[in-house]
Design a protein around this ligand. Sequence first.
Ligand code: ZN
Length: 87
Amino acid sequence: MLKNYMEEVVEFLLPTVLDKYDNICKCERCIRDIKALSLNNLKPLYVATEKGNIYAKVKELNTQFRADTIKVITEAIEIVCKSPRHI
Ligand SMILES: [Zn+2]
């Protein structure tokens, strides 16, 4: 099974980043846009994996990698929230 590891990383880190924002829309559409935009701005990292064990690896992210990814997610949140495409 081939999987973009960054999808898991964004999925894992997004709730933490969103917690810092009280006044933004967190509807399904906006969340999806934030994920898509984040993934477009991050270098994909494809891994061959057995089902299930990718998530365990996400928890072992090194600090710099985590910080860089959070920065990209934060930028995506700000872009999406400035011009939300819901409704
Ligand atoms: Zn929304």
